[in-house]
Design a protein. Structure first.
Length: 454
């Protein structure tokens, strides 16, 4: 290495073309096995093609720039950083190849003002481990631990970490880590996306613009498998984000039925006239409201039940059917819950809280029936209910006879959709749905709930 006078900074190339050659050589090195296993007989090499050095091969490069380019490469060759191969009979005039010398790798990084990738990877591994250790008081989710483990293994084992695993840019990486840490510290409590972004990233729009895509990718790759769920249950980004506590749309719990409840307060408060308040608000008799009500999902954990004299629970996927059922079909003693798709975390907490209330009194929960679309999504929605909060949930008005009854209103599907239905027949967890699946395959069409109202 030529440092010039003692203590002086090492010489660095100034020509853009030289920088591009070195960058291309280092990229070849970083993508090779040599990064992990060390030097080999085959050195990284690059030709000065138009994509690397525009104008060099075509002759469009300024002669003076070309001369300086050759001079800088010759100096790098003297310093042992690269080796040059010239076109035959064009020595010093037309380059054919530039090779990176193994002994010159660190010097090549220095010429670009970059730390060697091995050092960057080691620093990244240490950063990720320190970040995970910082979560110890709260406790990181299992999938987060697995992700960090993969990052560290890649950094130390392969010497490099792909951008799909973790952002290479420090600021982008810090935003992602701050967002994940925020979710963990919230403990699954739901926050509107803009509020979450402001609280943990300092700006209400940063999460959606710069973090959301990367987080969704990690959730799909690590979180969903750790939940043991069918990936198609979380195919919508909003459902995936909602599962970890970020509300893209507001989460309500809409229901109608014979329960009496109030919202418990954490501490005694004063009423608006300055008098002493209570530990809970006024009791609400949901059974007195024939068309039901909706509560904010954020308040579910404060629910306190006084009475829940339900003979049956019915969850309904679509709003039109929910409203029609309340107006003309709901029977006394039925608790009817509107889902709107896959049960949200708030809806599931509501059901689990009700179930715990009955079981705490030594009572058996009432039967639970679900009415949804007679299609792939409807089957997954019921399975999601069974796996996350109510194992005994049963299909209702989702039998093959209903499909046959409304055969003239079926919606046809394509071969990709057929393949999804066929895969359900290979999974034991969907055994309850196999009779419906077989008829869906036989008929070649699906039935939406709303079609039964026409």
């Amino acid at each position: 290495m030529n440092l010039g006078r003692e203590g002086a900074a090492p010489w660095m190339p100034r020509e853009e073309s030289t920088v591009k050659i070195l960058d291309a050589l280092l990229k070849k090195y970083e993508s090779s096995q040599a990064l992990v296993k060390g030097s080999s007989r085959r050195r990284p090499q690059v030709s000065p093609s138009e994509s690397v050095v525009p104008g060099y091969v075509s002759g469009g490069m300024d002669p003076e720039v070309r001369k300086r380019f050759h001079g800088e490469l010759a100096r790098l060759e003297q310093e042992g950083v690269v080796s040059l191969r010239w076109v035959r009979f064009e020595e010093g005039n037309v380059l054919d190849r530039v090779y990176l010398e193994w002994e010159g790798v660190d010097r090549a990084y220095a010429c670009l003002g970059r730390a060697p990738v091995r050092e960057e990877s080691a620093a990244l591994a240490e950063e990720m481990e320190d970040w995970l250790d910082g979560l110890a008081p709260t406790g990181a989710w299992a999938w987060v631990e697995r992700w960090v483990e993969d990052v560290v293994d890649a950094a130390r084992g392969r010497g490099r970490v792909g951008p799909r695993l973790v952002p290479g840019d420090p600021e982008e990486r810090r935003r992602l880590l701050n967002a994940i840490e925020g979710l963990i510290r919230e403990g699954g409590e739901s926050l509107p996306v803009r509020l979450f972004s402001k609280r943990y990233l300092g700006n209400s729009k940063v999460f959606e613009q710069q973090v959301q895509g990367r987080l969704i990718g990690l959730l799909q790759r690590y979180a969903v498998p750790s939940w043991g769920a069918d990936p198609d249950m979380y195919s919508e980004p909003a459902d995936l984000l909602r599962e970890v506590g970020i509300e893209v749309t507001h989460d309500w719990v809409a229901f109608c039925g014979p329960i009496r409840f109030r919202f418990r307060q954490a501490v005694a408060t004063q009423d608006k006239w300055g008098g002493p308040g209570g530990q809970g608000g006024a009791w609400v008799d949901a059974g007195a409201l024939p068309h039901g009500l909706a509560i904010d999902a954020a308040d579910v954990d404060r629910l306190e039940f006084e009475r829940a004299s339900c003979t049956r629970i019915v969850s309904i996927e679509n709003k039109a059917n929910y409203r029609a059922y309340l107006r003309s079909e709901r029977r006394e003693g039925e608790l009817v819950l509107y889902l709107g798709g896959f049960a949200s975390p708030g809806q599931r907490r509501f059901l689990r809280r009700l179930r715990a209330w009955w079981e705490g009194r030594g009572e058996s929960p009432p039967p639970f029936d679900h009415w949804g679309d007679l299609d792939y999504g409807g089957i997954l929605i019921l399975q999601h209910l069974r796996e996350t909060c109510w194992p005994e949930a049963a299909p209702w008005r989702m039998d093959p006879e209903i499909l046959c009854q409304y055969a003239d209103r079926l919606e046809p599907y394509d071969s990709t959709y057929r393949a999804k239905l066929e895969r359900l027949l290979e999974q034991e967890r969907y055994r309850w749905a196999w009779p419906l699946v077989r008829v869906l395959l036989e008929k070649g069409g699906t039935l939406e709930q709303e079609a039964t109202l026409v």
